[in-house]
Design a protein around this ligand. Structure first.
Ligand code: NDP
Ligand code: MG
Length: 341
């Protein structure tokens, strides 16, 4: 894969141009603030009287209702939740989109599954930062950026890739490195990662480990530390230096025990399930199920969230985490708008 850096991107592509950031949540807020600091003319497009409207105003940015923001914009960034994008696009974006503008996404879901079909006269691009919004903003203010992925789906101006690279530069991502991919590859790999390893696999692994210790009579607080709290320490090591660094830092006992036991925990059956999960992503089964859930008012998702909050692991964890709260950092993260379903 080719990796792009600062020298490959030019913020001049935005000279005399307006970038509309639609949505001011996790990605919208971080990206809009970084672009603004990078000298890009940004207008935030949000619902009047929503909490985002107030947040964006308080942060000192230009704010407009979505149709007004789109009408002035040369780049329209769809930084709204994936499940609401199709209807917001149809009603508020499409009728106001300028000929020759660039329509931008941070995830390929809507385009790949054709929930949004853009007109032929606009560029369609993606700039997907590899991190949650608050992290992007913190790393940017420290003078660096998180890596990002760019993709071009439709290039009518001949400038689509330069715009995507410019956005990545505005976020500081070209300081770290920017990869190029396609909408479909980004969508499928992203969904697979979050379902099987990052969000799905990891929580289930932690949950089962916690249950095992508590059912065997060990104190829940100890179980929490062993299977949840320390996850971060291990993941940080892997993130920094791969398995190799992690195995070097943990004890030889941990290394030997881990390597000889892990295949009994995550088995061939788990791998077969992963293969099946990937198929359901690629053939649209997951998309259809998720759209139906959204159209049904997210009732199943809300029920599962409710169940999850009742887990002993979650209840115990809430108390234990209070011991770790450091005032400054907690304050900074709590000021960040939380997402809600
Ligand atoms: P959020 O859930 O944080 O977006 C919330 C924003 O969307 C708020 O400004 C909210 O406004 C607005 N909004 C919600 N519903 C509507 C609606 N019906 N009409 C108008 N505005 C609405 O989204 P994310 O930042 O998490 O995700 C944005 C995109 O970025 C997605 O494509 C996602 O896949 C992608 N992405 C997200 C990452 C992440 O870490 N979160 C990482 C990489 C990509 P209000 O305050 O008025 O409700
Ligand atoms: Mg991802």
């Amino acid at each position: 894969m080719k990796i792009y850096h600062d020298k490959d991107a030019d913020l001049k592509v935005f000279d005399g141009k307006i970038v509309a950031v639609l949505g001011y949540g996790s990605q919208g807020r971080a990206q809009a603030l970084c672009f603004h600091d990078s000298g890009i003319d940004v207008v935030v497009g949000v619902r009047k009287n929503g909490k985002s409207w107030k947040n964006a105003k308080e942060d000192g940015l230009k704010v407009a209702e979505i149709p007004d923001a789109v009408r002035q914009a040369d780049v329209v960034m769809m930084l709204l939740p994936d499940e609401v994008q199709p209807e917001v696009y149809k009603e508020l974006v499409e009728p106001n989109l300028k000929e020759g503008a660039a329509l931008e996404f941070a995830h390929g879901f809507a385009i790949t599954y054709k929930l949004i079909v853009p007109p032929s006269g606009v560029d369609v691009i993606m700039m997907a930062p590899k991190g949650p919004g608050d992290m992007e903003r913190i790393i940017f203010t420290e003078g660096f950026g998180v890596p990002a992925l760019i993709c071009v789906y439709q290039d009518v101006t001949g400038n689509a890739k330069n715009i995507a690279l410019g956005l990545a530069k505005g976020l500081g991502s070209t300081r770290a490195g920017v990869f190029e991919s396609t909408f479909a590859n980004e969508t499928f790999t992203d969904l697979f990662g979050e379902q099987s390893v990052l969000c799905g696999g990891q929580t289930e692994l932690i949950k089962r480990g916690f249950e095992t210790l508590v059912e065997a009579g060990y104190p829940p607080e100890m179980a929490y530390f062993e299977v949840l709290h320390e996850t971060k320490l291990i993941v940080d090591l892997i993130n920094k230096g791969g398995f190799d660094l992690m195995w070097n830092v943990v004890s030889n006992t941990a290394e030997y025990g881990g390597m000889t036991r892990r295949e009994r925990v995550v088995t061939q059956q788990s791998k077969d399930a992963m293969v099946q999960i990937l198929k359901e992503i690629e053939d649209g089964t997951f998309k259809t199920q998720w759209r139906a859930e959204y159209e049904n008012g997210l009732t199943e998702l809300k029920r599962m969230e409710e169940e999850e909050r009742k887990l002993q692991l979650e209840v115990v964890g809430k108390e234990i985490r209070k011991l770790f709260e450091r005032k400054a950092r907690a304050g900074r993260l709590m000021a960040w708008p939380r997402r809600s379903t």
